[in-house]
Ligand binder design. Sequence first.
Ligand SMILES: [Zn+2]
Length: 573
Amino acid sequence: MGLSEQLYRKIFVDEKKVLNDYEFSRAIRESVDSKRPLNQVLIEHAYLSPRQYLQLLADHFQVPPSDLKVGTIDEDVMRKIPEDFANKNLTVAFGMESDAIKVALDDPSNKEVIDQLGQMLQSRIAPYVASEYSIRRALVLYSGDLTQRIKQIVVKIEDKPPAEENTSSQTVELLTAIIETAVLVDSSDVHIEPYESEVIVRFRIDGLLRTIATVPKRMEPSIVARLKVLSELKVDQTRLPQDGRFTQIIKGQEVNFRISTIPTLWGEKIVLRVLPREAHLFDIHNLGLLENDLKIIKNYLKMPHGMILVTGPTGSGKTTTLYACLQEIGNDRIDLVNINTIEDPVEYTMPRINQIQTQAEIDLTFASGLRALLRQDPDIIMVGEIRDEETADFAIRSALVGRLVLSSLHTNDATSTIIRLMDMKIEPYLISSTLSLVITQRLARRLCPYCRRQYKPDNKVINELKRNHDFDNNLARLKSSKQLEESYTDNMKFYEAVGCKRCNGQGYSGRIGLYEILAISENLQTAINNREDNNKIREIALSEGMKTMFNDGLIKVFKGEIDLPELIRVAYS
Ligand SMILES: [Zn+2]
């Protein structure tokens, strides 16, 4: 049940030297004080991404690692181990290899458990190492229909008379089930919406809203009150919007929630945003960037100064990309640089990074915060978002005096970012001498790898692509960029969503970014100085080999990561 303190010391301090003795003891103290799992605190203190942590374990135990992502687990093999045994010993059987069953353990050196498994399964066992968190997550994800629990509680409530004393315990039970389920299915938001005669609970999963439960109207006041108390909002204020945050421990993991309330005709509507602590979200390797793009971004993150802008509409994953960039810099050289952020709001707390939250009521804005930050000798500054001329001006000036500045901006494509900055009254020569990289993005639904089906699009579809989406040119560009093996474009096969047990019949699971990445070349600098328009700047960027978002998505269509309708929906949104 979890690795011992001695073993962690051996791995983190003696073998891998990612922490020294002092840092290790401090992490132990923090783990005790905060009642959080030791490995989680250690990972944060050592500034490791879950991927690096897993590699650390693999090196130590001399067995291969498994991240136990949904796509790697064979459910039939998993069911071979009784749930009780799996939970008690933290083991997940996840696949077969020749004559052995692959089993992930948090401590693969535990011969006793492996022997028991061998006897139980009457098979040779191939041990793999996995983190405690990913084992627990896998065990929970496959433990039956998750929404069932909420529905059962609602049925119970409907059966019981609406007495005062029942309501409060029913509310707690219902909310706990809703919140836990939301976290377990990796939902990003929970909507609790009052209507005339009922309350609808919906989850946003993979970007789409799904109705999870319909709750009796009489529960509404106590649900709202309970959530307001949890997040320290004013319970009696029902006519104005409020927002706040709260933390819950769910299956041993601390999860942060942001809450916002808004009055509607039928009562207060509540949205909870789930802010997972897990840093794997911010691993730059998990965003869906193509190999080549990843290389470009990593190079620019190593630069001592300049400005990197992440752009796209609301909900396109800009913040995640910014955090992933900070984490990547941190992985690389946290001891050498001073990283500061100014955000509105601080969505995730990151270890060893100084994060400041803007506070309008005391006039701590992006601009005034940046001004103060510059006196703190920062090397790297992340400004949550450039919303106004003053912030743009400060951000550019910070980059000009030798800082690396990262920020986000609302623009539809990479090149129009330059025009947007000019519209914010930034002198072209300032833009050309500071802006180094623009990453524009959207999020698309990822096809479920289990049930997606390959098909050959008929001529009607191809003709439609040629007519409306410049398909021939896009294909030609794709071929010459050599980012996709020729067999894909020769075969001309796409994939479509089907739906299976693993994706809840949706055909999709998770999301993937589509990217357009613009590195500012000398030619582009000249064009900026000459105040060229977006068409001209785009023409230059394309001639220098910029891959458009459509092209990035097309590669993902050929590879079966997204389907064609999703590309068309997202690339032009
Ligand atoms: Zn599926």
